[in-house]
Every structure is written in C-alpha cells, then in structure tokens.
Design a protein around this ligand. Sequence first.
Ligand code: SF4
Length: 146
Amino acid sequence: MDSLRAYLDRFVADTLDRCTRCGRCYDACPMTPYARELDGASPPAVVEGLLPLLQGAPGSTEAVAWVKVCTQSATCIDACPEGINAMLMLRAARMGALGSLGGEAQMSSTEDPLFFRKIEAFAATQLTPDEIEQWHRASPGERSAS
Ligand code: SF4
C-alpha cells in the first residue's frame, strides 16, 4: 500500500510529464486578481514557475503568490485539457513552497494556518483508512523525509 509521499511522487511525475504549460488552469482561477504580484502575469509563465515547487525546488515569485491565494475553488480542475488535477497540483506546490518536500521554504506556514487541516482533508479523500493511520503515526520529519 502506498504512503502519502509515494502517492504524491507519482502524481508529481505524471504532472511534470503531461502538463503542457498551457496556463488554462491559471486562467480559470478566480483568485488571481487578489495577488498584486500576479498583475499582468503570463499564465503559461506562472505555471512554468510553479512546476519546480512540486519537486521541492524554488518556484517563481508569481507562482508562490498564486499558491498563497489558492482557496481550492476547484475551477482549475475542469479547465485542464490534459485531465490533470490542477487543484492537487497547487496543493503539492504549496507543500514545496512551505519546504515540506525537502527544499528551501519560500513561504511560512503562518501564511497558511489551515495547511495541515487541508492536508488531512486531502488525505481523507485520497487514502485508505490504513494509509491515513500510517500518516498519523509518522512524525513531521518522517513525512518530509519519507
Ligand atoms: S491546464 Fe493542465 S496542462 Fe495546462 S498548465 Fe494547467 S495543469 Fe498544465
């Protein structure tokens, strides 16, 4: 049975492989007007700057701004012509921006006080009860290292 990290690794590999950087998920997002850094941003460029976050590498300033304003409206999911769950892509990018995927943090968890509640909610929709139990048993350090 997969751990949450194994599931995320598979999701990230698939997203990096299939995302065409078209920017339609960004175009569909209702929250982009609420980040000053995103004024006049190019949707494909924002997505390009977001994808490194999925692997714990630095993302662009614009990408981190997008991550910060995401409210999980889910409008991006239907917008993706490749069938990628773009909302989950933003969730994984948020983990990267917080330094939870092994890289440098680009934002603080105080900028997302609901981070762990959102992760729990994600886990509840994606994992079996055994996997959730395994997730609860792991310490935060083990989560980021496993
Ligand atoms: S809509 Fe899909 S393919 Fe296009 S940039 Fe977003 S995730 Fe990538």
